[in-house]
Design a binder for this molecule. Structure first.
Ligand code: CA
Length: 307
C-alpha cells in the first residue's frame, strides 16, 4: 500500500529479565495486519504464548479474505493452539493478550483480548478504541475505582481474559471507516501503563511513525521501564482507496458499541449482515404458528369442556 507508514518496536524494558511481548505485521494487497501480544506464565511460557498468538493470527489472515469472521477465526485458531500448549504441566498458566489491527482500506477491523490497547489519532482527537479486560478496568467501569486508583492498584496487572487460558476466550471486535492520515497505536501495558494518554498523543502528533515508536519506547524506559514495552504505530496515506466491502462493520451492526463475542460461537452470531427491509417469514415460521394455534386451541377446549 503506497504511502502507508508504520513501525513496530518491542523492548524488554529495564526491570524484567526477558521479553514476553511479541509484535508482528504483514502487508497485504488490501492494507496490512498488525498485532501486539503480551504473554504471561512462568519460565519460558509467556514468550511462547505471545509468539504463538502473533504467528497464528498472521498465518491465518495471510490466506483469508479480510472480514470480521476471518479475524475471529484467526483468534479462535490462536486460542486453540495456545490452550493446547498450556495443557502441558511445564506450561501451566500460559496465556497472552492480543490486539490486532486489520486494514481493509478504506476500513479497519480490530480484534482484542486482554489489556493491550488500540488507540486512534484522528486530527486532534486521540481516542482509546479498546476496553481493557482487566480486574481494575472492570472495577472502574462499575464505578468502584477511579482511573487514578486503577493506575497504581496492586492488582493492575491482573487480566480477566486471555488467549490460551480457557477453551474459549471473549473477543472484542470493532470496525471503523478510515479517514486520510488516521494514526493507530497498538501497545502493551508496558507502554500505556507507564505513559499518560496525553504523552502518547503528543508523540504521535509530532513525529513520523518510526521516530514516534522509538521515542515512546525511550520514554517508557525513562519512566523506569518497569515492564516489557511493545507497540505498533500505523499511519494511513493521504489518499485512501475508495471501496465498499461485503460485510457490515461490527461497530455499525451493534449500534456504536463494540461487539463482544465468545470464540467458538456459531458464525451466524456474527453481525456480518445488515438486515434490509422486513424479516422474511419462512415455512418454518408458518408451521410454528399453526402448531401454536393447535396447542392453544386444545388447552382452551379442555377448559370449556369442564363441567
Ligand atoms: Ca505487560
Amino acid at each position: 500500500m503506497p504511502g502507508l507508514g508504520f513501525a513496530l518496536e518491542t523492548h524488554p524494558g529495564l526491570r524484567r529479565p526477558k521479553n514476553e511481548d511479541a509484535v508482528g505485521h504483514l502487508l497485504t494487497p488490501w492494507g496490512g495486519i498488525f498485532v501486539v501480544a503480551d504473554g504471561m506464565g512462568g519460565h519460558r511460557t509467556g514468550e511462547v504464548a505471545s509468539r504463538l498468538a502473533v504467528e497464528t493470527i498472521l498465518g491465518y489472515l495471510k490466506e483469508a479474505e479480510p472480514s470480521p469472521k476471518a479475524l475471529l477465526e484467526a483468534f479462535e485458531r490462536a486460542n486453540a493452539r495456545i490452550y493446547q500448549e498450556a495443557q502441558r504441566p511445564e506450561n501451566r498458566g500460559m496465556g497472552t493478550t492480543a490486539t490486532c489491527l486489520l486494514l481493509d482500506l478504506p476500513y479497519a477491523l480490530i480484534a482484542h483480548v486482554g489489556d493491550s490497547r488500540a488507540y486512534l489519532l484522528r486530527g486532534e482527537e486521540f481516542v482509546l478504541l479498546t476496553e481493557d479486560h482487566s480486574w481494575v478496568a472492570e472495577r472502574v467501569r462499575q464505578g468502584l475505582l477511579t482511573l487514578e486508583e486503577a493506575r497504581t492498584h496492586r492488582w493492575r496487572n491482573v487480566i480477566t481474559n486471555a488467549l490460551g487460558s480457557f477453551p474459549q476466550a471473549r473477543v472484542d471486535l470493532l470496525g471503523l471507516k478510515l479517514t486520510p492520515e488516521d494514526t493507530f497505536l497498538l501497545c502493551t501495558d508496558g507502554l500505556s501503563g507507564v505513559l499518560e494518554d496525553r504523552t502518547l498523543r503528543e508523540v504521535l502528533r509530532n513525529f513520523p511513525p518510526e521516530e514516534a515508536a522509538r521515542r515512546l519506547v525511550e520514554l517508557a524506559n525513562e519512566w523506569g521501564g518497569p515492564d516489557n514495552v511493545s507497540l505498533a504505530v500505523v499511519r494511513l496515506p493521504r489518499d485512501l482507496p475508495k471501496g465498499t466491502r461485503p460485510y457490515a462493520l461490527p461497530l455499525e451492526a451493534a449500534g456504536g458499541a463494540p461487539v463482544r463475542l465468545k470464540l467458538g460461537e456459531e458464525p451466524e452470531a456474527l453481525p456480518t449482515q445488515v438486515l434490509e427491509g422486513r424479516p422474511r417469514v419462512g415455512w418454518r415460521d408458518v408451521l410454528l404458528i399453526l402448531l401454536w394455534i393447535v396447542v392453544v386451541g386444545y388447552i382452551l377446549m379442555g377448559y370449556f369442556k369442564r363441567p
